[in-house]
Ligand binder design. Structure first.
Ligand code: TXA
Ligand code: MG
Length: 335
């Protein structure tokens, strides 16, 4: 695919021109603190339809609507006291909340569901665009459907570059994983639909652990609520196989990795097992760093012609759960 999309510095003029494109019904890619988004006017059905066609995304997979603040969000969802508590704690930031929608949100945005996913992003460039337009912005991750999400402008250019006019460059996405999604459709209980940068513990600390609903979180129910939340997702083209956390060094000791395979470790190896095809996501096991680097490293290695990539899982704590969720989905295609 030839890259036509221009990568634009986030100057006032470029922010204005992207805002203008959105107002005219065009799509642009914008940076967020989680991953880059493929943005369109969330109130314009024709523009929304374009998102699905550019990404090759099925129409049953609903979109996240990004608002500039709680005031704007209130125009589009039925309010709830839990929304205010979560907004105080986490917005702007990497949390998406699913609530019953108001009529302003076109059905195509929610795949016909009566609820909408809403988020207030923290990234200053995305915020500047939201301030420059008078509508909320729908934005799925700016990757072709099923591929790894983009955390840098050049990732978007490499995959969707031929299909969109512009990408605003906001630098590498801070968190590097898509937002945590929480389902608040049912009064009095909640469920986490997607693990993300805001860990479950932080949410139960606000809403009360007792209100978490196992029933809502069940995967069969979830697939009905969030049809886009497929097990097989975020996959590179290169075969990806997983190693349990803590077993990677043993694996490297037991067998030298062939030159046409690569290995991704959570942290820099202690044992001095270094080779050109061994990579790591953090120097020191810091899981925020691992999340920040994960999609970039997978995409870089995916373009280097390896036959297989081995990847070590993170410890199952905090954001490690979201990291392992993404690693598991990326590898699911190859099982
Ligand atoms: O961090 C993020 O959330 C990024 C940035 C760009 O904001 N966006 C993102 O969007 O990850 P996307 O489209 O790649 O993933 C959104 C997922 C859908 O696949 C679906 O699982 C869930 O959000 N979702 C959206 N609307 C929903 C709804 N009405 N009910 C339940 N789940 C919904
Ligand atoms: Mg996505």
């Amino acid at each position: 695919m030839s890259p036509n999309a221009e990568i634009l510095e986030p100057t006032q003029a470029n922010i204005q021109s992207c805002a203008q494109r959105l107002a005219q019904g065009e799509l642009v890619a914008l940076p967020t603190e989680t991953v880059y988004g493929l943005a369109a006017n969330a109130l314009n059905e024709t523009a929304l339809r374009q998102i699905f066609s550019v990404k090759g995304r099925p129409l049953i997979d609903p979109l996240i609507v990004h608002c500039r603040d709680l005031e704007q969000a209130k125009n589009h969802v039925i309010e709830d006291s839990r929304l205010h508590k979560l907004a105080d704690a986490f917005w702007p930031g990497p949390l998406t909340v699913v609530l019953p929608k108001k009529a302003s949100i076109p059905d195509i945005a929610t795949a016909g569901l009566p609820n909408v996913a809403i988020r207030i992003p923290a990234h200053p460039v995305f915020q500047a665009v939201l301030q420059a337009v008078n509508f909320p912005i729908a934005a799925p991750s700016a990757n072709p459907f099923g591929y790894v999400s983009p955390t840098q402008a050049k990732h978007v250019q490499a995959t969707l570059g031929a299909r969109i006019p512009a990408i605003l460059d906001g630098g590498p996405s801070e968190h590097g994983l898509e937002s945590t999604i929480i389902d608040l459709r049912e009064p009095g209980c909640f469920a986490i639909l997607r693990e993300g940068p805001i860990p479950r513990d932080a949410i139960t600390a606000i809403l009360g652990a007792a209100t978490e609903s196992a029933k809502l979180g069940r995967s069969d129910h979830r697939s009905q609520v969030a049809p886009g939340n497929l097990t097989q997702h975020y996959s590179p083209n290169t075969e990806l196989t997983t190693l349990q956390n803590g077993t990677a060094e043993e694996f490297l000791k037991a067998s030298a990795i062939p030159a046409d395979e690569a290995c991704i470790l959570i942290a820099k190896p202690q044992s001095g097992h270094l080779a050109d095809n061994i990579f790591w996501l953090s120097e020191d096991n810091q899981l925020e760093k691992v999340a920040h680097n994960l999609f970039d490293l997978i995409q870089r290695l995916d373009r280097q012609g390896y036959r297989r990539i081995h990847i070590e899982c993170a410890p199952s704590v905090g954001i490690g759960l979201a990291i392992n969720d993404r690693i598991g989905r990326a590898a699911a295609k190859f099982k």
